[in-house]
Design a protein around this ligand. Structure first.
Ligand code: FMN
Length: 201
């Protein structure tokens, strides 16, 4: 089948686009408001765009609290979501009144960060401390503004749960990282295979 996204005439009960661009890693973003309010929310429009130095980013559909907090305080932490944290992660996606902590709502413990002010999720297998690089409003190809906000951060510090380091590598099957698919679906990292790149690549 083919459809154009102007008409979005896929004829399916649900838009398949997010099931096609999947699985997506989840940035579980902790941030602080200017008054010190703690915020935590999952973002699956999340990825790494450079590795050395590491640059990560997420996108918000509408100007959500995470973006407006980060715009003001310039720092955030991206916490990795494990299988064990799946329900807590989902609970933190609930729209709470501003100022009410999602950590408390989801029964999660915070741990202090080292180089940035927002706390991290203590039980997360890995957390990336970020300083804000830019916030950019996304547009269509013809320049129409979308009220979708791309937040890029420079990762200045990395926390890793030592138990996830196996033979010198961060082992995602030990971390049991989960990732977002379309609909209400997720996958869990339970099987990994390796392919070596061709010489000279
Ligand atoms: C797994 C998962 C992934 C999500 N990914 C995004 C996303 O990429 N962009 C977005 O705008 N909302 C996303 N959401 C919804 C936000 O988490 C939700 O709107 C949340 O209340 C935003 O919190 P905030 O206003 O504190 O930033 C996602 C929700 C879940 C459960």
């Amino acid at each position: 089948m083919f459809y154009d996204t102007e008409t979005n005439g896929h004829g399916l009960p649900h838009d398949p686009i997010k099931a096609i661009v999947a699985p997506r890693p989840i940035g579980w973003v902790s941030s602080l408001g200017p008054d010190g309010a703690v915020n935590l929310a999952p973002y699956s429009y999340f990825n790494i765009f450079a590795s050395n130095p590491p640059i990560v980013g997420f996108s918000s559909e509408g100007l959500k609290d995470s973006v407006s907090f980060i715009a003001q305080t310039k720092e955030f932490v991206c916490n990795l979501v494990s299988w064990d944290l799946r329900d807590a992660m989902n609970a933190t996606s609930a729209p709470l009144p501003r100022g009410e902590s999602e950590f408390v709502h989801a029964g999660l413990e915070t741990a202090p960060s080292r180089l940035v002010a927002p706390p991290r999720v203590k039980a997360s297998p890995a957390s990336l401390e970020c300083r804000l690089v830019s916030i950019q409003e996304l547009t269509t190809a013809d320049g129409r503004k979308l009220d979708r906000w791309l937040v890029l951060g420079h990762v200045v510090g990395v926390h890793i749960d030592e138990s996830c380091i196996v033979n010198g590598r961060f082992d995602i099957t030990t971390a049991k990282t989960i990732a977002r698919c379309g609909y209400a679906d997720y996958v869990v990292a339970d099987k990994v295979f390796s392919i070596t790149r061709p010489r000279g690549a």
